[in-house]
Structures are given as C-alpha cells and as structure tokens.
Design a protein around this ligand. Structure first.
Ligand SMILES: [Zn+2]
Length: 349
C-alpha cells in the first residue's frame, strides 16, 4: 500500500535514432541536423535527461505488411542497397533501409511506452520521416510510414481500439490518410497549408466505408499564422476528439508550419505550436489518462527546429512555453477564417 508500491513513471519518453546521420544527401533539406539541434536544445534545457530513452523494437512482419505492401518494402530495401533515389525529393543511401526500419521501430516503441504508462508522454525524433508514404509508395522525403506503423502496433499488440492521429506538419499527411481511409478505429485530422505539396487534404476528403467521417482536413491558406492554429487546435480539433473519444493521441509533428520554414509559409510561431500541443495534452488529460505522443515529420529551418522542439516538449510536460524565435514579422491574413468556419459548419461544431 501507499507510495512505496507505486511504480516510477517517467515524465516523458524520447526516441532518438542512433546513427541516423548515415541517411543524408548533400544540400537536401531533410538532413541530420534537424534532429541533432532539437536533441541538443532539449539537453541544454535539462529536459532530455529526465526522459526515458526508448530503444527501437523490431516490427513483426505481420504488422509491417498490414501497413505496407511487400512491393514497397522490397523497393525500399533494393533502392537502399543500390543507393538509387525514388524521385528527386526522396533519396536513399546504403543505410537508409536499416534507418527507416529503425525509425519505425522507435516510433512503435515510443507509442508502446506511453500506452503502457512507462512514461506520461512521448516525443520521437523519427528520421527519416514517414507521413507521405502510402501503402505502396515512398515519397516526399519519407520511406516508411512511422506513425501508421506505431498506431498499428498498438492496435495489434496492445488491444488499442480507438486512436487519433493529429497531423500538424505543413504538408498534408496523405500517406497516413490513405492508410486509415476505410478504417473506423483511427481518427485522422490534419492541418496543412493549401495549396501545397502533395495537393491532397481538402475539406471534402472524409474517408469511406467504415472510415467514413473519421478523416478531417483543415486546408489553411498561406499566411494563416497562430490565430488559425489557435482556432483549429483550441476548438475544432478538441470537438472532433470529444466526438471520437480516442484512447490515445498521436501527433505527426512537422515544424515546417513555422514562419521561418523555407519550404512553406503558414507562419505559425513556436509559441503557437506549444499552445496547440497544450490543448491536445489538456484533452488527453481529461479523457484518455493523458496519453499523448509526438512523432517528428518534416521541418527544415534549424532555428525553428530548436524553438518548436522546445515549445512542444514544454507543452507536453505542462511547463511554461518559451519561444526564442518569436512571432512572424508579417501580419497574418484572415482568409483562414472562412475555411475554418466552413469546416465548423459542415462538421456541426
Ligand atoms: Zn512537411
């Protein structure tokens, strides 16, 4: 009885991929420094040290083959062996196959650590990223769909019944959406800049079959900024979560919605990211025993990486959010309001 019998729960779990530096291409924005600067910033802030360091697990074949076709898995392995790129965006080195398996295995292990209450919350610095990869095709810097594999791991091995994937990368998570399109057990919600790569993620994409009504897209115009994030994550996303009642929230976190990102211009600040995570964490605390884990996707400015990585971790830990980079210099456009109002209307929020 009492305190002595209580098992120690880490405040946070981290996954950092060992040796990921071997997946790189000179001059390519998806580079190892993206992860290393976040890890260094969290260490300097004294946050890295308080976390459980999760080791990647081997993904069983049956889970891997639920998410990806045999052709895709063989293609990634073969392209990696031959150091042959998939397309102009999506490069591979000799180590890429091993590192892609490692990232997926780390994402799965991190999800499991949070699900099983070894840690309150989790942050996986997954690299290479995953959310564009569909069942059959690697694309957009992504090789294997880490978050889909992590979700499927919880469903197949931990008896998870209802999960939410919230994608705040500036690009639409087309691969994740496609994978769960016909599934009623995984809610998929994405905010992203539109129009932008890969071009999917419109309001009317809502899933089909058992998954009809379990996919929600908020395509935001350029220069939407913190106010749009505030309405989306402070009001709309929590309402969708209320309705679906997931047992855990999994976040596809790209810091490319940040205003400094060179590949997009959604103009969100690190503080805006922190507030968004804080809102999701609050929902999790009230409804699913605080279960929330964040998985790195894109984001290509290193100062934004540091600021957003810190803000997100602070929000997960219930700390005050700092923002070393500050707000965007440009005024926000207001055209996002029409999109979000339209979404609220058609989704009855
Ligand atoms: Zn992205």
């Amino acid at each position: 009885m009492g305190e002595s019998n209580r098992i120690f729960v880490y405040p946070i779990a981290f996954f950092c991929p060992q040796g990921h530096e071997a997946h790189y291409r000179w001059g390519h924005p998806e580079r190892p420094e993206r992860v290393e600067v976040i890890r260094r910033a969290l260490t300097d802030a004294g946050l890295w040290q308080v976390g459980l360091q999760v080791e990647p697990e081997k993904i069983p074949d049956e889970i891997m083959q639920t998410v990806h076709s045999q052709e895709l898995l063989e293609a990634v392995r073969n392209h990696s062996e031959r150091q042959q790129d998939f397309d102009l965006d999506t490069y591979l080195t000799k180590e890429s196959w091993r590192l892609a398996l490692n990232a997926a295995g780390g994402a799965a292990a991190l999800a499991r650590a949070v699900w099983g209450r070894e840690a309150n919350v989790g942050f996986a610095l997954t690299r290479p990223p995953g959310h564009h990869t569909t069942r059959d095709q690697s694309m957009g810097f992504c090789l294997l769909n880490n978050i889909a594999i992590a979700a499927e791991t919880l469903i197949q091995t931990e008896n998870a019944n209802r999960l939410a994937i919230v994608d705040m990368d500036v690009h639409h998570g087309n691969g994740t959406q496609e994978f769960f399109w016909k599934r009623g057990d995984v809610l998929f919600i994405s905010t992203h800049q539109s129009p932008l790569y890969p071009g999917t993620g419109q309001l009317n994409e809502r899933g089909s079959g058992d998954g009809e009504g379990a996919t929600f897209n908020l395509p935001l115009p350029p220069f939407s900024g913190d106010q749009a994030f505030h309405l989306a994550y402070g009001e709309i996303v929590p309402a969708l979560l209320d309705h679906f009642q997931p047992e855990m929230i999994m976040v596809s976190f790209g810091f490319d919605s940040h205003w400094k990102d060179p590949l997009a211009n959604l103009m969100v600040s690190a503080h805006g990211y922190g507030e968004a995570i804080k809102s999701l964490k609050r929902w999790a605390d009230r409804n699913c025993e605080g279960r929330i884990a964040v998985f790195l996707e894109g984001g290509y400015d290193l100062e934004a990486a540091v600021a957003c990585g810190l803000a997100v971790t602070q929000a997960l830990l219930g700390m005050e959010i700092t923002d070393a980079v500050g707000p965007p210099p440009q005024p926000e456009s207001e055209s996002w309001l029409a999109v979000l109002n339209k979404a609220k209307e058609i989704w009855h929020i």
